[in-house]
Design a protein around this ligand. Structure first.
Ligand code: SF4
Ligand code: SF4
Length: 168
């Protein structure tokens, strides 16, 4: 499985991930009402997850993924966590009628590597995981990917429609 290697020390300092102010923005798809067990394999954690009230930076109240281990600020499913978490700050969006992986510039790591680094990981995800999805999988994730897009996300790699040739 493709895991984008954001340095652990940076994440511990930043503490933005796995804590959310909006239940619909960058929360794991598996924790959303339309996600859960119906998601394709790469987007499903090994066990169900949910958001619970917690605290974020400066003790502000936030929603926290219940797979987060507060004692070490690590995901309890690390290595096996959902693709939308494994790829961040790459975000799977649906824009102008097609799926693509985009970069969220709000993550401090997004400016620490050059664009080729993110293209490489996006390409690995496309080759190793995305190509296994079916047209039915695409219909399940399309509405989630549509709502995930934000105007300031930078396009990194277009993805072919699942079940169709790459040039389609
Ligand atoms: S926003 Fe980026 S640096 Fe911060 S915790 Fe998330 S992945 Fe780590
Ligand atoms: S599944 Fe893991 S990586 Fe994803 S939000 Fe929850 S704790 Fe964070």
């Amino acid at each position: 499985m493709v895991v984008l290697p954001v340095p652990e020390a940076l994440c511990r300092e930043c503490r933005l991930c796995c804590r959310f102010t909006d239940a619909d923005l960058l929360t794991p798809w598996a924790a959303r009402p339309e996600g859960g067990a119906s998601l394709p394999g790469p987007f499903r954690p090994p066990a169900p997850i949910a958001l619970r009230p917690g605290t974020g930076r400066m003790d502000l109240p936030v929603l926290v993924c219940d797979a987060l281990r507060e004692e070490n600020s690590r995901c309890g499913f690390w290595g096996d966590h959902p693709a939308d978490c494994r790829l961040y700050p790459l975000v799977l969006v649906h824009r102008d009628g097609r799926f693509l992986l985009a970069l969220d510039p709000d993550c401090p790591f997004s400016s620490r590597e050059d664009p080729a680094f993110f293209v490489e990981f996006a390409t690995r995800f496309r080759e190793e995981e995305w190509v296994r999805l079916t047209p039915a999988d695409a219909e399940r994730i399309r509405p989630l990917a549509r709502r995930e897009d934000r105007p300031h996300y930078r396009s990194v790699l277009p993805l072919p429609e699942p079940g169709m040739s790459r040039s389609a």
